[in-house]
Design a protein around this ligand. Sequence first.
Ligand code: GDP
Ligand code: MN
Length: 376
Amino acid sequence: MLLIEADGKALFAAHGIAVPSGVVVTAADVIAPPADFGPWMVKAQVPIGGRGKAGGVRRCGSADAVADAVREMLGTRLKGHAVEACLIEQVVTGGERYLALMVDPANYGVRVIYLAEGGVEVEDGPGAGHIDLICAPEVHAIVAALDGLLAQEPAATRTHIAKVGRKLAEMLLLRELALAEINPLFVSDTDCVAGDAKVVVDLNAIERQPEIAALIAARPSIYLDANRKLQEGFDYVELDPKGEIGLVTTGAGLSMMLIDELTARRMKPLNFCDVRSGQLRGSPHRLIRVLEWITSRPTLRVVLVNIFAGITDLGEFAALLAAAVDASPGLRVPVVARLVGRGAEDARRILAEKRPDIAMEEDLRAALDRIAAVLA
Ligand code: GDP
Ligand code: MN
């Protein structure tokens, strides 16, 4: 999961990598740019790259310009993400380099990427001057690999970059990150400053990473999906804030297939979901939670439950689904349940008894036709 720049830079600073002075603002009415530095950069804090090209990064020469930029950015959407925070930062100058360390599981190693020309263009894809190496996931191996990539770098800047590289390697391994990228890395003869931070954390390692857990917990709404996963123990990802079909599904592959089927029919799924139906343990809690999140969306028009039961017993699941719908008075749209596999006959009987308003289908196409009929 990608951290916002400000949080990535907090990790950089904790590992001794220099970052510009800055403050994060989250509300338009508290903008007083730090008086002890200027000019300022105003940068939208959304967890996605390429903000510069999309208008989310602006250089401001005056306090008024900072206030205008923050006011214009907050509350808008940038590349699909709501801008809820802006970073106001000291403008840095120097040559722009690109430095990234990326865990490369297929090669059992770490990919070290260095480019003498950083900036917004390089992220479009590796160009001709692109150089990288794969090495063992060890600090000394990463340092040695980077040393090879820095061969063309002048001696004066080379030592500074190598130092940043060592700290970045320590951070990557200690924090169990998937990616640590600095672009641009501002380089001068005296120092190196990280102009941007792209840090991808591994949520599977979060139990060993309390500092990262704290960063995520501190921003409940920017890291909404991650907080849901960490608190509830299952996956729910909002796909489209204007989606119409709320999904209650299990298994990542089946859920993605369903999203593809809906999208191919020009229908708008609201969310990805892996409720892990095999682990409900007799409690409708997760189903109630998902229905709560889904029903909070004003564009919701229908709920589609899709369970392909291998381990799950559909009789038990149907009883939990009925209980969850009972416990969700806010749910005012039809529910279509496509339940196929173990215990489907029990499920049909239980739903007919407890919630005859839930339409059950075993065939996926029949279920999708029902959805189409609701949307028509
Ligand atoms: P991204 O587009 O989301 O990767 O956002 P960046 O933080 O990388 O900003 C985009 C571009 O803005 C960078 O490549 C730089 O060229 C420029 N930029 C960002 N911060 C600074 C800064 O402090 N000083 C200067 N001179 N340029 C900056
Ligand atoms: Mn960048």
